[in-house]
Write a protein that binds this ligand. Sequence first.
Ligand code: ZN
Length: 271
Amino acid sequence: MTRHLYHVIAAMLLAALLALAGCAQAGKSEKLREAGPPEDTVFQVSTINALLQGLYDGEVTCGELKKHGDLGVGTFDGLDGEMVVVDGIILQVKADGKVLPAPDGEKTPFAAVTFFSSDRTQQVKELADYSHLQRLLDGLIANRNMFYAIRIDGTFPYVKTRSVPEQAKPYPPLAEVTKNQPVFEMRNVRGSVVGFYCPPYIEGLNVPGYHLHFVTEDRRQGGHLLECSLQEGTLQMDQTRGFYMTLPAGSDFAKADLTTGRTEELKKAES
Ligand SMILES: [Zn+2]
């Protein structure tokens, strides 16, 4: 075979291979759209900065959200309570402390869920407070630029949570609402902490660091976790490489200024 002919054949083979790869790629993205995001993906509705600004209109139904995860955190249409997603059930911790399974038709303005499949399980005991828990988690997060879903089932001598009361339009910013947040204290309860570690670069989109919610084993008390001590429990972590975000279609989101840093506001709203 002459060198020239060899090159022509090689080029044709390469072109054919590229065309095949292109078809496979197109087929793959079609499948992705149909099936939604794959496992090991954080599925998120809207952005944390939109929520901080008071964009509380629900976007995605709980029925839809369940198709994208069985563990997570969030809130509800009109900021009507804290969302705790555990074992595929979406619970609504109302401002009066009542915990109800959220109807499939109820909508969320902000939530993050994932299909939880633990890739690290270990027993934990005697954590004096939330900062000790965070330090323990810090030591287990091998890659701080990755997402981790977190679940801790155990016995808690003390838990402090908060919820948020339903808001009417015009919606005030989240840091205004949380100034008067109802706080709940629980003593000697069994329950589950669920939520995420998000990497620092997620700022503006989600909460950098830990965002954890709590619900008791009897699913009757819970909320956004503010403080806790742990006697003993099982900690599970799921490193999650995918991140999928769906944004609100409405005009409020279109008009919102999402360029400003809101680190201080976020601290106020989350603590
Ligand atoms: Zn929260």
